[in-house]
Design a protein around this ligand. Structure first.
Ligand code: AMP
Ligand code: ZN
Length: 115
């Protein structure tokens, strides 16, 4: 499994920097976004260093499916009861800041900081 020693999410996955991980297994971790845009805002992150969604391939099909299936499960565990938003930013014009694939899950009562 590839990692990037300079990547913040690889470091979080390895426990090298602190985070609020509340779910982890051998393939993915989930932790709260440090700058939440909604009352509940967490990230589902593969342990493998895949820079962008567009860098994933058929080898990652099961992993991507797993991440999406975890979204409603973990949202419910985090107390989200009335719907949520799932976002993957990809590349510069997609607004991606951290180049390690991740799924944003945002929920909780509105208004949120973003529309
Ligand atoms: P994106 O624009 O999709 O790349 O989003 C990256 C997200 O990672 C942003 O919402 C940041 O607030 C979040 N983030 C960056 N560093 C950390 C960190 N150390 N712990 C938790 N979330 C982080
Ligand atoms: Zn990484």
């Amino acid at each position: 499994m590839s990692h990037d020693p300079n990547c913040i999410f690889c470091k979080i996955s390895k426990g090298e920097i602190p985070s609020s991980i509340f779910y982890q297994d051998d393939e993915v971790i989930a932790f709260h976004d440090i700058r939440p845009a909604a009352p509940v805002h967490f990230l589902i992150v593969p342990r493998e260093h895949i820079p962008r969604l567009q860098d994933s391939g058929s080898d990652h099909q099961a992993l991507l499916g797993k991440m999406l299936l975890l979204a409603p499960k973990l949202a419910a565990e985090q107390g989200v009861t009335n719907g949520f938003r799932v976002v993957i930013n990809n590349g510069e014009d997609g607004g991606q800041e951290v180049y390690h694939l991740h799924v944003h899950v945002m929920g909780g009562p509105r208004p949120w900081k973003i529309g």
